[in-house]
Design a protein around this ligand. Structure first.
Ligand code: FES
Ligand SMILES: [Fe+2]
Length: 308
C-alpha cells in the first residue's frame, strides 16, 4: 500500500494445502517479472525462458541448464519474504526487526475471546482521508486521550475519561476506553483480563503506522501512509462483526472524529515551523503513549533494524 516507498515486486501464492506464502516476483534467472495479475495455477512459469517454480518458490524446471554444475542451488529458488495473516489483512516485511508475533501478541492475548474469524470486510464503509501533515503527527495525536474533552465533544459524551487507561507494549500500545454508564460497551467474558469492565473501545496502535480500533460492532483498521513530509493518507477499513451495533457509542461518527483530529494535526504541522517552539513536555497521566512512540522512533532511526 505504500506506493512509491516499497517498490519491491512480490507475489502471494496459496498452495493446494491452503498455505499462503509471500515470494519474490522476480525470476532468479535473468530477473524477469513472473506474475502480472491474479490467476489460478499449479506452478509459476517465467514467460522469458520458461523457468518454473512450485508454489513454495522452489525451482523445478529450467531448459538449457543440463550441463550446469550444482544446479539448482539455493539462489535459484525464489526468496521468501516474512509474512503473516491477521484479521483478514496481509503483513509482509523485507527486513523484519522482530517476528510479526512480537508486534501483535499483546492484541491476541488480551482479545483471545474476540471472534476474529467472524469479521467481514464491508467495503462500503471504507474511507480514505488525506491530511496536510507529517504521518508521525497523525500518530502522536492518536496516542493520547488528553484532547478528547476539548476536540471531540460527541465522543466525550460516551467515554468515561476518569477511567481512560494506557497500556504500553514493546512495539505498540493500547488505550482502553471505558463507557459511561448506560452507553454502548463490550462485556468481556469471565476469565478475560477486562472482565467486569464496560469497554467502549480498544484503541490499539501497532508501531509504526497501524491502528486497530475494536468496537462492539467490529474492527476499524486505520493504515497511516506517508505521502510526503507534509502529506499523509489514512485508510480506514471496516470489518463488521455485528451490524446491529453500528452507529452506537464510541464506534459511531468516526468520520466526524477524524475531521476534528485532522484539523488539530494540520494546525500542529504549521505550528512546528515556528522558530520559538522546539518540543513540549509530556503529560504523565495521558501522554505516556506519545513518549513511547517517540522513543521507538529514536530507536529505529538511530540503528535501522537488521534483517532477521
Ligand atoms: S528470466 Fe526467467 S527464465 Fe529467464
Ligand atoms: Fe482524537
Amino acid at each position: 500500500m505504500l506506493a512509491g516507498h516499497l517498490d519491491e515486486p512480490l507475489l502471494l501464492a496459496r498452495d493446494a494445502a491452503g498455505a499462503l506464502r509471500c515470494l519474490s516476483n522476480v525470476c532468479t534467472h535473468r530477473g524477469n517479472i513472473l506474475v502480472v495479475g491474479a490467476c489460478r495455477a499449479e506452478q509459476i512459469r517465467c514467460g522469458y525462458h520458461s523457468r518454473r517454480f512450485d508454489l513454495a518458490g522452489r525451482m523445478t524446471f529450467m531448459p538449457g541448464f543440463d550441463e550446469a554444475r550444482d544446479f539448482p542451488g539455493p539462489s535459484d529458488h525464489l526468496p521468501r519474504v516474512a509474512f503473516a495473516d491477521f484479521a483478514g489483512h496481509a503483513f509482509a516485511s523485507l527486513a523484519p526487526a522482530a517476528a510479526f508475533e512480537a508486534f501483535i501478541a499483546d492484541v491476541r492475548a488480551r482479545l483471545a475471546w474476540w471472534p476474529f474469524d467472524a469479521l467481514r470486510h464491508d467495503a462500503a464503509r471504507d474511507r480514505d482521508f488525506e491530511v496536510a501533515a507529517h504521518w508521525a503527527l497523525y500518530v502522536e495525536n492518536y496516542l493520547e486521550g488528553l484532547h478528547i474533552p476539548f476536540l471531540h465533544p460527541a465522543l466525550n459524551q460516551v467515554l468515561d475519561m476518569e477511567r481512560y487507561g494506557y497500556h504500553l507494549g514493546r512495539y505498540g500500545s493500547l488505550q482502553l476506553a471505558q463507557a459511561r454508564d448506560g452507553d454502548e460497551a463490550f462485556e468481556p467474558p469471565s476469565g478475560s483480563l477486562d472482565h467486569g469492565r464496560r469497554v467502549a473501545a480498544y484503541y490499539w496502535w501497532v508501531f509504526p503506522n497501524l491502528m486497530l480500533n475494536f468496537y462492539p460492532w467490529g474492527l476499524s483498521l486505520n493504515h497511516v501512509q506517508p505521502l510526503a513530509a507534509d502529506r499523509t493518507r489514512i485508510s480506514f477499513r471496516a470489518c463488521v462483526l455485528d451490524a446491529d451495533r453500528l452507529g452506537r457509542g464510541a464506534g459511531a461518527a468516526l468520520d466526524q472524529v477524524e475531521i476534528e483530529d485532522e484539523a488539530a494535526v494540520e494546525s500542529v504541522q504549521r505550528g512546528l515551523r515556528s522558530r520559538l517552539y522546539d518540543s513540549g513536555r509530556y503529560s504523565p497521566s495521558h501522554e505516556r503513549g506519545v513518549h513511547h512512540f517517540h522513543r521507538l522512533l529514536c530507536e529505529f532511526m538511530a540503528e535501522p533494524p537488521s534483517a532477521a
